[in-house]
Design a protein around this ligand. Structure first.
Ligand code: AMP
Length: 645
C-alpha cells in the first residue's frame, strides 16, 4: 500500500541537507574514482560550488569501461529507428570499441582536453558515441538539438567556440528527410567563430557538399582507427563535462555548464533512489535491466537519462528515432516487451498524442517487465495521468526539473520508501534540494500551505546542478541567484504551491519562457527572429494553452507597411512568410501557431510589453490589473484580431 511521504524518506532528505558531506560521500561510492576527493562540498565561493574537489574521475569510464569486466557481453546501447527501419544492439564491449574509435578520430582532428565539440545530430548511435568520446578525452560536448535551424545553431557556435562539429547528412521525421548539412553550413557562415573541422556521418539520406580542408567523413576516419586504444583521461571532478544551451528571459540562450564528478554521482544516485526503485521489499541493482527514455539527446533528459544515467547504472539504454505513432501507436510498447524495459521516461505531450489513438494499441504487448512510467518536461495534467495509469496499469511518476538541475528537483523517491503520488503534483523535494516557496516581491518564505509563490532552492545546490553559465559567471549569479530582493536563492522561475503534506504543485513560469510539447523556448528569441522580417515593425510572442502541446506560441505583429494587409490573402501570405522566417532561423519547433496583425501592442506607460495581458486574452481569461496600460484600445485590437479568425 502506498502512503504519503513517510519518515524514512523525510529522514533521508533531512540528512542530505543537515549532514550534507557525509550523505554525499556515501552516494559518491556509487561511482569509480581514480583518485579520492579531498573535500565533498566546497562552498567557499558560493553560489559557485566545487563538488568532490580533488577527486579524479571520468564520465565515460563510469558509463562504459567499469562495466566491461562484469557485463561486457550485455547489451548497452539499443538503437531503434522507425524512420530508416534499422534496429541494432551494441554490447558494452562493442560500445567501448566504438567510443574509442570516435575518441581516436576526435584526437586526430586536434581535439584536446577542455576543447569544445559541438554535436548537431539526429538520434543515431554515433551521437551517443561522440558524447561518450568527448567525456573520454576530457573534451566538453555541447549538443544542439537537431530541430534547431541556422540562426539558433550559429548563436551556439559563437558561444561554445567548438574546435570540431560532429554532424550528419540528415535526420528524418515521419518519413520526411530533414537535411542537416545545409543548415550547418549556413550556421557556420553566419557565425563569427569558425570550427576547424566538421566530422560528418553519412546516413545516405541527403547529398552533402563537402568543404575541402574542413569537412571530413566519419566512416573514413573510423576505418583508420578501428584498433586504436584511447585510455580515459582522468579529469578533476570539477572539470566541465558539457554545456547545454537553454532559453531564458533574454534572447541570448544560456550555456548551462555541468561538472564531471558531481554529475556522475547525482545520476548514479538518481538511478538507484528514483528511477530504478526495486519492487517493494527487495534490494537489488538495476544493472542488466533496460531503460527507455523517449527524449532526444539535444535535451537535458537525453543527456541524463538516455546516455549517462542508464549506462552509469550498468543498464541497457534504448535510443529511439521516430514518432510514437509510426508505424502505429503500439511501437513504444513493442519495444518495452521486446527489450524487457523496466523503467520508461517520456513527456506528457507524447501521452496526449497516444491518447488520441485507438486504445487497442496499448493492449497488444506484454508490459509485465515495466515497473513505472516517468513523465517530465511540462505540467502533467490529471486526465492524461489518469488515462495512461489506467491504460497500462503501472505507477505514473511525474518529476519536475530543469536543464539547470540535471536531475529531478521534485518527485517521489520510491527507492528509499514507497510513497503515493498525488495527481497534479510532481512530488516532494528530492534529497539534496532545499526547496522553498517564497514571496516574489518581499523575498519572504511562504509557510502557509496552498499559497502561491516562486519556487526557489536554497544553496548549496546538490551535485549535478549547473556549475555556472558557460564563460559568464556574472550572468549565472545575476540571473539565477540575485533576482529576488533580499535573498540569495536559486530562482527556478516557476510559480508553485506546497500543500499541507509537503507536496508541491507547479503553476507555470514567472518569466517569458514557454513550454511547447515539453520543449523550452524563449519568447524573446522568437520575437527577435520575427523582427528580422522586413515588414515587421513590432512583435509580441506569448505562450497560449493548448490541449495537445501544453502551450503553443502565438505572435502579434505590427506591420511596417500596413497597406499590405488590407486583404485576407495578403495577410495570410505575410503570416506564412513570417512563419517561414522562424522556421529557417530557429527551427519549426519555434514556429508560432498563428501570427495576428494589430495596429498597436499593449504596453505600459514605460513601454514594457504587457505579454501577460495578451496571453490572458488569448486564453479567454481576465487580463488583470491594467492601470499602467498606455493605450487601452491596443488590448481591444488583440481581442479583435483573435476574434476575427
Ligand atoms: P527544461 O529546462 O527544458 O527541462 O524546462 C524546465 C521547465 O519545464 C521548468 O522550469 C518547468 O517550467 C517545466 N517543467 C519541467 N518538468 C515539469 C513538471 N514535471 N511539471 C511542471 N512543469 C515542468
Amino acid at each position: 500500500m502506498r502512503t504519503p511521504i513517510g519518515t524514512a524518506y523525510r529522514e533521508f532528505h533531512r540528512r542530505s541537507l543537515e549532514d550534507r558531506d557525509a550523505f554525499w560521500a556515501e552516494q559518491a561510492r556509487l561511482v569509480d574514482w581514480h583518485a579520492p576527493f579531498a573535500s565533498v562540498c566546497d562552498a567557499s565561493r558560493s553560489p559557485f560550488l566545487n563538488w568532490f574537489a580533488g577527486g579524479m574521475t571520468n564520465l565515460c569510464h563510469n558509463a562504459v569501461d567499469r562495466h566491461l569486466a562484469a557485463r561486457g557481453a550485455q547489451p548497452a546501447l539499443i538503437h531503434v529507428s522507425t524512420e530508416t527501419g534499422s534496429e541494432r544492439t551494441w554490447t558494452y564491449t562493442e560500445l567501448h570499441a566504438e567510443v574509442q574509435r570516435m575518441a581516436a578520430v576526435l584526437l586526430a582532428l586536434g581535439v584536446g582536453q577542455g576543447d569544445r565539440v559541438l554535436i548537431y545530430m539526429p538520434m543515431i548511435p554515433e551521437a551517443a558515441f561522440a558524447m561518450l568520446a568527448c567525456a573520454r578525452i576530457g573534451a566538453i560536448h555541447s549538443v544542439v538539438f537537431g530541430g534547431f535551424a541556422s540562426v539558433s545553431l550559429a548563436n551556439r557556435i559563437d558561444d561554445a567556440e567548438p574546435k570540431v562539429v560532429v554532424s550528419a547528412d540528415a535526420g528524418s521525421r515521419a518519413g520526411k528527410v530533414l537535411a542537416y548539412k545545409p543548415l550547418l553550413d549556413e550556421a557556420i557562415a553566419r557565425a563569427a567563430h569558425k570550427p576547424a573541422r566538421v566530422l560528418l556521418v553519412d546516413r545516405g539520406l541527403a547529398p552533402m557538399t563537402m568543404v575541402a580542408g574542413r569537412d571530413e567523413l566519419h566512416a573514413a576516419w573510423r576505418e583508420q582507427h578501428l584498433e586504436t586504444v584511447v585510455p580515459c583521461t582522468w579529469v578533476d571532478s570539477t572539470h566541465p563535462s558539457y554545456t547545454l544551451y537553454t532559453s531564458g528571459t533574454t534572447g541570448r540562450p544560456k550555456g548551462v555548464q555541468r561538472d564531471t564528478g558531481g554529475y556522475a554521482v547525482a545520476l548514479a544516485a538518481s538511478m538507484k533512489h528514483i528511477f530504478c526503485a526495486p519492487q517493494e521489499g527487495a534490494q537489488r541493482s538495476p544493472a542488466g535491466e533496460t531503460f527507455f527514455s523517449t527524449s532526444d539527446i539535444g535535451w537535458v533528459v537525453g543527456h541524463s537519462y538516455i546516455v549517462y544515467g542508464p549506462l552509469i547504472a550498468g543498464m541497457a539504454t534504448i535510443m529511439y528515432e521516430g514518432l510514437p505513432i509510426r508505424p502505429d501507436a503500439a511501437i513504444w510498447w513493442r519495444l518495452v516487451e521486446q527489450y524487457k524495459v523496466t523503467a520508461m521516461f517520456t513527456a506528457p505531450t507524447a501521452i496526449r498524442v497516444l491518447k488520441k489513438q485507438d486504445p487497442k494499441f496499448l493492449r497488444q504487448h506484454d508490459l509485465s517487465s515495466l515497473r513505472a512510467l516517468f513523465l517530465a518536461g511540462e505540467p502533467l495534467d490529471e486526465p492524461t495521468a489518469t488515462w495512461i495509469g489506467e491504460a497500462i496499469g503501472k505507477p505514473i511518476i511525474d518529476n519536475y526539473w530543469q536543464t539547470e538541475s540535471g536531475w529531478p528537483i521534485l518527485t517521489i523517491a520510491n527507492g528509499i520508501e514507497q510513497a503515493a503520488s498525488k495527481l497534479g503534483s510532481p512530488g516532494v523535494p528530492m534529497y539534496g534540494y532545499d526547496v522553498k516557496i517564497i514571496d516574489e516581491s518581499t523575498g519572504r518564505d511562504i509557510e502557509t500551505p496552498n499559497t502561491k509563490g516562486v519556487v526557489v532552492i536554497e544553496g548549496p545546490t546538490p551535485p549535478g546542478f549547473m556549475q555556472t553559465v558557460w564563460r559568464d559567471d556574472a550572468r549565472f549569479v545575476e540571473t539565477y541567484w540575485k533576482s529576488i530582493p533580499g535573498r540569495t536563492v536559486y530562482n527556478t522561475f516557476d510559480w508553485g504551491i506546497r500543500d499541507a503534506d509537503g507536496y508541491f504543485f507547479i503553476l507555470g513560469r514567472t518569466d517569458d519562457v514557454i513550454n511547447v510539447a515539453g520543449h523550452r523556448l524563449g519568447t524573446r528569441e522568437i520575437e527577435e527572429s520575427i523582427s528580422s522580417h522586413p515588414n515587421v515593425a513590432e512583435v509580441a510572442v506569448v505562450g497560449v494553452g493548448d490541449a495537445l502541446k501544453g502551450q503553443v506560441a502565438m505572435a502579434f505583429v505590427v506591420a511596417r507597411d500596413a497597406s499590405a494587409l488590407g486583404e485576407a490573402p495578403a495577410r495570410l501570405r505575410l503570416e506564412g512568410d513570417i512563419m517561414k522566417t522562424v522556421d529557417t532561423q530557429l527551427g519549426a519547433l519555434a514556429r508560432p501557431s498563428r501570427v495576428f496583425f494589430v495596429n498597436a501592442l499593449p504596453k505600459t506607460r514605460s513601454g514594457k510589453l504587457l505579454r501577460r495581458a495578451i496571453q490572458a486574452i488569448c486564453e479567454h481569461r481576465d487580463p488583470g490589473d491594467l492601470t499602467t496600460i498606455e493605450d487601452p484600445t491596443a488590448l481591444q485590437g488583440v481581442r479583435d484580431a483573435i476574434g476575427a479568425t
